[in-house]
Design a protein around this ligand. Structure first.
Ligand SMILES: Cc1cc2nc3c(=O)[nH]c(=O)nc-3n(C[C@H](O)[C@H](O)[C@H](O)COP(=O)(O)O)c2cc1C
Length: 232
C-alpha cells in the first residue's frame, strides 16, 4: 500500500466485524509497531492482546461506564473533548462530536463483538510522546492488513481495575497509555475527513503569518488509487 494512502485513510473505524484477526496478522501489526521511534531506544512498552471473550465482556461493561464519565465531562464543558482549538468553529466541533458520539455508541453497544483489544502500556511515556509513534504505527500497519480500529483512552478511568484484570506489574512502573479496539471494518475506508486545512493551522517564521500556500482540499484523494472506494 502507498504510504500516503495509509496516512490519509487510517481513520478511526468503530463499526467492526466479529471475525477474528489471524495471529500472523497480529504479529505483523506489532512487529511494525515496535520499529517506532522512542526516546533512548529504551522500548519501555508492553502490549497486551486480549481476545478472551469473558475478559472482553468484562471490559465492555467498564468501557460503557468509562465512556459515560467522559461524556458527562463533555456535557459540563470539561475534559479533553469539550473545547475546539482557538479560532475553530464551535458549531463544526459540536457537529463532529455529534457524529463521533453516534459511531462511538455503536462501538460501545457492540463491544462484546470486538475480536481484539490491544492494551498498550508504557513506563514514563512522556505525556504520550514516547508511545504514540508506536500506537500510530500499529494503526497504520493494521490499515495495511485491512484491519481497522480505534484508539481509546477512556478505560484509564478504571486503571486499577484494568491492571487487576490483566495482571499488570504496576510496581515496575507500567501504566496504561491506550486501548486499541481492532477488527475488520464493516464500513469502507475513506480519507480522514473534517480536518482544518494546513494554511489555517500553520504559520511561517512568526505565529499567525501566512504559511505560504493554501491547501483547500486534501492533496491525496482516493480517486488516485484504483479500487479504493470514496469516503463513505
Ligand atoms: C489520544 C486519543 C484518544 C482517543 N480516544 C478516543 C475514545 O476514547 N473513543 C473514540 O471513539 N475515539 C477516540 N479517539 C479517536 C478520535 O476521536 C478520532 O481520531 C478523531 O475524532 C478524528 O476522527 P478520524 O481519525 O476518524 O478522522 C482518540 C484519539 C486520540 C488521539
Amino acid at each position: 500500500m502507498d504510504l500516503y494512502e495509509a496516512l490519509y485513510t487510517t481513520r478511526m473505524m468503530r463499526r467492526l466485524r466479529p471475525d477474528p484477526i489471524p495471529l500472523e496478522t497480529q504479529a505483523r501489526i506489532l512487529d511494525a509497531a515496535v520499529r517506532a521511534p522512542n526516546g533512548g531506544n529504551t522500548q519501555r512498552w508492553h502490549f497486551v492482546a486480549v481476545d478472551d471473550r469473558g475478559l472482553i465482556r468484562e471490559f465492555a461493561e467498564l468501557f460503557r461506564q468509562a465512556r459515560a464519565i467522559e461524556y458527562e465531562k463533555y456535557r459540563t464543558g470539561a475534559g479533553p473533548m469539550a473545547a475546539p482549538a482557538p479560532g475553530a468553529d464551535p458549531a463544526a466541533h459540536a457537529e463532529t462530536m455529534r457524529r463521533m458520539q453516534g459511531s462511538g455508541n455503536y462501538l460501545a453497544d457492540h463491544f462484546e463483538e470486538i475480536p481484539l483489544l490491544l492494551f498498550v502500556f508504557a513506563i514514563d511515556d512522556l505525556g504520550g510522546a514516547n508511545i504514540y509513534p508506536a500506537i500510530w504505527s500499529a494503526l497504520l500497519a493494521a490499515r495495511a492488513e485491512g484491519v481497522g480500529g480505534v484508539m481509546t483512552m477512556v478505560l484509564r478511568n478504571f486503571e486499577d481495575k484494568v491492571n487487576e484484570l490483566l495482571g499488570v506489574p504496576v510496581g515496575q512502573g507500567w501504566k496504561m497509555s491506550a486501548m486499541l479496539a481492532l477488527g475488520y471494518p464493516r464500513g469502507r475506508w475513506g480519507v480522514a475527513a473534517n480536518r482544518r486545512p494546513v494554511h489555517e493551522v500553520s504559520s511561517r517564521n512568526h505565529w499567525g503569518e501566512p504559511f505560504g500556500v493554501e491547501v483547500p482540499e486534501p492533496l491525496w484523494s482516493p480517486r488516485e488509487t484504483a479500487g479504493l472506494a470514496a469516503a463513505g
